[in-house]
Design a protein around this ligand. Structure first.
Ligand code: ADP
Length: 543
């Protein structure tokens, strides 16, 4: 017997309509590429999103057409999220930090019909336009007064385009499984692969994101997603913020420490979200300039492991709670978040920090397990580590156009994340490494993340990466490549001495190399593949 509840489809258009109706006066504040701060409300946003959908329809855009964006976090980008997905088309967010050839590859693979771009990215598209002949037109996200000179043909000015339609538009109702957005993984190995989200998966992910054991969003929050809208939909924040009526503050192109701090203060931001590299810059700026937050209460750190020193600085010096979270593009991206349980209420600040080094508990909707090399389940004892598998309604079942083959999930729908992890009896998962980054030393596994986290806690060290280097006796041994803080005079011996405090002798790096900077991926993570290539023939002093 079926229940007797209504079965209307879960559609993205309903999010922005809900926000406009219930939080109509709540603001979306953006630092524009043109310069000034732009300020309007959810009510304004819905009007312009409807206008955009109608204008796209008039242009001939049809259901499931791919409409690409190359844009920072800003209000026009939010309107495109809603206008495009709301009318049944697919919003394809392109990461502008990819190599131009990769961008051309992705635009062709996705068969993008139109590309919307911020002024910043006009030269980037001009440079590859010959390689993307199927794109019908280019919409520059600005007004007439700021339109640039460009050699692109079929150029449309965003504001003029919007003005071709009014907001008398009824969002279409269609199957909730209809694809809504497309995001390619950065492809550190092989071709980029497209994760294709649906209206249904996006709404379910938003519900989950808002729950207290996930991001805990509500209208009480003012949220500043530093994580870009081209990086897994800014971790779903533009959708979840609308669902909860939270004020959104969009940093645009300026993500340096000073600009972020200024915006957080002027807009009284309470919650932010981003990768560790961003926080490193913000904390560096605050320390140098002796700044303190007046409104920030929490920050979400994800995308790469949050080092202990960073969590400590946030918690102890700035009284900001760190919410360590884990996920991936293929997971929309939220998988786990490290919120405390009742039993941790009386923990000291140091015990709480110890716990928040873990990536946290699964959010309802995400099934999680760890298995050994033969696929056998491993216990949740906080010690056994193995391949981390996940499944659930916002986790990919395959890549766009079958890229990566048919075996993306096993017969029970488990998706192998490529991460290695432990899970403790309370369900807290901790990533020990990415499977390809683990250092396999004489039958023992050394977690590169563990060593890196300890290394950045050493005074004078700003950033650190640990990679495996071939060793005649142990197969592989760790090499630490580090960047010093400005004017620091820390030595190799001091770093090793510091690491001895927490690491076993066999886990210590065999050598330490100082460099001016480390290579990063398009999503701000350390590019280990590049480092491994550079140091492939490095001769360790122990070899
Ligand atoms: P990619 O970097 O491959 O393009 P994602 O941006 O989706 O893809 O990154 C997902 C990966 O990032 C995860 O599989 C995991 O290895 C890593 N990651 C994400 N969050 C964390 C975290 N909190 N701690 C450690 N690793 C993380």
């Amino acid at each position: 017997m079926f229940g007797l509840m209504q079965e209307g489809p879960l559609l993205i258009s309903s999010l922005i309509e809900f926000a406009a109706l219930n939080h109509g006066d709540e603001e979306i504040v953006s630092r524009t590429v043109e310069g000034p701060i732009h300020r309007y409300t959810y009510k304004d946003c819905v009007v312009r999103s409807r206008q955009l959908a109608k204008a796209l329809e008039k242009l001939g855009v049809e259901q499931s057409d791919r409409i690409a964006t190359l844009a920072w976090n800003g209000y026009r980008h939010v309107e495109i999220y809603y206008g495009v997905s709301g009318m049944g088309a697919i919003c394809h967010t392109i990461n502008p930090r990819l190599f131009p050839e990769q961008i051309a590859y992705i635009a062709n693979h996705a068969e993008d019909k139109y590309i919307f771009m911020d002024l910043t990215f006009v030269p980037l598209i001009e440079a590859i336009v010959e390689h993307i002949p199927k794109v019908k037109g280019f919409v520059i996200m600005t007004d007439e007064a700021n339109m640039p000179q460009t050699k692109l043909s079929n150029v449309i000015c965003y504001e003029n385009f919007l003005a071709t339609a009014d907001d008398d538009y009824k969002w279409p109702v269609f199957d909730e499984r209809t694809a809504s957005s497309l995001c390619y993984t950065s492809g550190t190995t092989g071709n980029p692969k497209g994760a294709l989200f649906s209206n249904r998966s996006t709404i379910l992910h938003s519900y989950a994101a808002c729950t207290p054991d996930a991001l805990g969003l509500s209208n009480m929050e003012t949220i500043l997603p530093v994580v870009p809208m081209f990086h897994v939909n800014a971790w779903g924040i533009p959708y979840a913020a609308a669902m909860s009526g939270a004020k959104m503050v969009m940093p645009g192109a300026r993500m340096d420490g000073e600009s972020l701090f200024e915006l957080m203060e002027s807009e009284q931001v309470t919650l932010s979200a981003g990768v560790p590299t961003i926080w490193m810059m913000l904390l560096g700026y605050m320390k140098e300039n002796n700044k303190k937050f007046t409104s920030m209460k929490r920050t979400v750190i994800g995308g790469a492991a949050a080092p202990r020193a960073m969590i400590e600085t946030f918690e102890k010096e700035y009284n900001v709670n760190v919410l360590h979270a884990w996920g991936m593009t293929e997971m929309s991206p939220l998988g786990t978040a490290c919120n405390l349980k009742k039993k941790h209420r009386d923990y000291t600040i140091d015990q709480k920090i110890d716990l928040s080094l873990k990536q946290g508990r699964a959010i309802f909707g995400v099934d999680m397990k760890i298995v050994d090399g033969a696929g056998k389940d491993l216990p949740w004892d906080g010690v056994a580590f193995g391949n981390l598998l996940v499944r659930g309604p916002w986790i990919t079942s395959g890549y766009f156009k079958g890229e990566g083959g048919d075996t993306v999930v096993d017969e029970d729908n488990w998706f192998d994340t490529g991460d290695v992890a432990t899970i403790d009896p309370d369900g807290y998962m901790q990533i020990t490494d990415r499977s390809k980054d683990v250092i396999k030393s004489g039958g023992e596994w050394i977690s590169s993340i563990d060593v890196e986290n300890e290394a950045v806690g050493c005074p004078g060290i700003a950033e650190a990466a640990v990679i495996a280097v071939a060793h005649p006796k142990w197969d592989e041994r760790p090499l630490l490549v580090a960047v010093k803080e400005e004017n620091a005079s820390v030595t190799k011996e001091e770093v090793i001495e510091h690491l001895k405090g927490t690491l076993a002798k066999w886990q210590l790096p065999d050598d330490v190399i100082f460099v001016d900077q480390l290579p990063h991926t398009a999503t701000g993570k350390i590019l280990k593949t590049k480092l491994r290539g550079e140091y492939k023939d490095y001769k360790l002093p122990t070899a």
